[in-house]
Each structure stands twice: as C-alpha cells, then as structure tokens.
Design a protein around this ligand. Structure first.
Ligand code: SF4
Length: 198
C-alpha cells in the first residue's frame, strides 16, 4: 500500500537526477527513478549514464528502473529531423518519445504522476518540456533549474563521483558537440596567431 505521494522521475542521467531528487524529497515526495532514454547513442554511453543513475538512486536510498533500450525505434521517430539543430523540432519529438514511455509507466502503477530531470538543464526549454509532458498525460510541472538547481547538481555530482557527459545524448548532438569543439580550437588558434603578429 502506497504511503504519501509518489512521483515517477523520468531520468536522463545521474547528474541531472541529483538536485532534482533532492528538491522532490524536500517537497515531500517519494521518488522513483525511471531511466528511459532510447535517444542515447552509442549503447556504451547509454550504459555509462545508467551506472550514474544507479549510483544516484543508491546515494538517496530510492528505487529505480530502466526501460528497454531501442535506439532503432527512436531513430524512426525522428526520421527527417536529423539535421535539425539542438533545441529544434527533433528535440520536441525526442521529449515526446521518452515522456510517452514515462506516462505509460506512471499510469500503470501507483504513481501520482511523472516529471523529468531534463528541466534542470540550462540548455532545455522548460515550456517545451511542459507542453510535451502535458501531451503525454499525467505530467507534473517542475522546473529544477530554479533555486540554482543546475549549480547544485554539479556540487552533488562531484560529491557522489558521477561521470558528466559533454553532449546531450543522440549521435546528432554528439556531432554538434565535436563541431563546437573544432570551432573553438580554430578560434583560439586564430586569436593566438593574431597576438603573435603584434
Ligand atoms: S539533442 Fe538531445 S533532446 Fe535533442 S534529439 Fe538529441 S538527444 Fe534528444
């Protein structure tokens, strides 16, 4: 028999879960983590992030579960949107994909609803997350960025010893990250060259 209010937390990775869980516990929720991220590629990366989720669940003494990993199905869902930039239409479909899975699990259990750790990221648009959550059904709005949530997640990740990735999750965001790094390197080489000319 359930005691108190129970929320299913769609969890993208351990670092984003840390301060999100802390906030929910402070707000009186019982929390269960749900790792549902068929967007992540390659699979090694998916496994690495899952380890961080388990470590975080252990740290807080809470339950967790993982969804089936089906990157092929996810690729089908975003077909035609591969070249969209991060924060574009591909990401909206991506959120809808994972939230649909979380909503289904939440509706089939003893949960009062679900929310997502994604709202802690300064790179994610909370309004878009809310819209996709509402479409999935059973979504409880939480903006974990508030009250310095992101900063707190960095502190807690360091305390727990979590791996922190440097790209969002899919192969397209990985390619964007490499491009950003190349541009940055090129820019610093140009600046250095300009300095040497003076
Ligand atoms: S960039 Fe991130 S949110 Fe956007 S589609 Fe890729 S994994 Fe999903």
């Amino acid at each position: 028999m359930k005691q108190g209010k129970l929320i299913l937390l769609h969890t993208c990775c351990g670092p984003c879960a840390t301060a999100s869980v802390e906030r929910l516990l402070e707000d009186g929720w019982s929390v269960e983590l749900f790792y549902s991220n068929s967007n992540i590629a390659p699979e090694d990366e998916y496994d690495k992030r899952l380890k961080g989720v388990i470590k975080t669940a252990d740290y807080f003494g809470i339950e967790w579960s993982a969804d089936e990993y089906d990157h092929e199905a996810w690729l089908q869902a975003v077909r035609g949107l591969e070249n969209e930039p991060e924060r574009g239409e591909r990401c909206a479909v991506c959120f809808g994909y994972s939230f649909g899975r979380a909503a289904e699990k939440a509706a089939g259990g003893d949960y009062d609803g679900f929310t997502t750790t994604l709202s802690i990221s300064p790179y994610k648009d909370s309004k878009l997350l809310y819209r996709k959550g509402a479409e999935a059904g059973g979504f409880i709005e939480y903006n974990f960025k508030k009250q310095n949530g992101y900063k707190r997640s960095i502190e807690l990740s360091a305390a727990i010893g979590l791996y922190r990735q440097n790209y969002c999750g899919c192969e397209f965001s990985y390619a964007e990250m490499l491009e950003r790094q190349r541009n940055k390197k090129h820019e610093s080489e140009v600046n250095q060259g300009a300095g040497e000319d003076e």
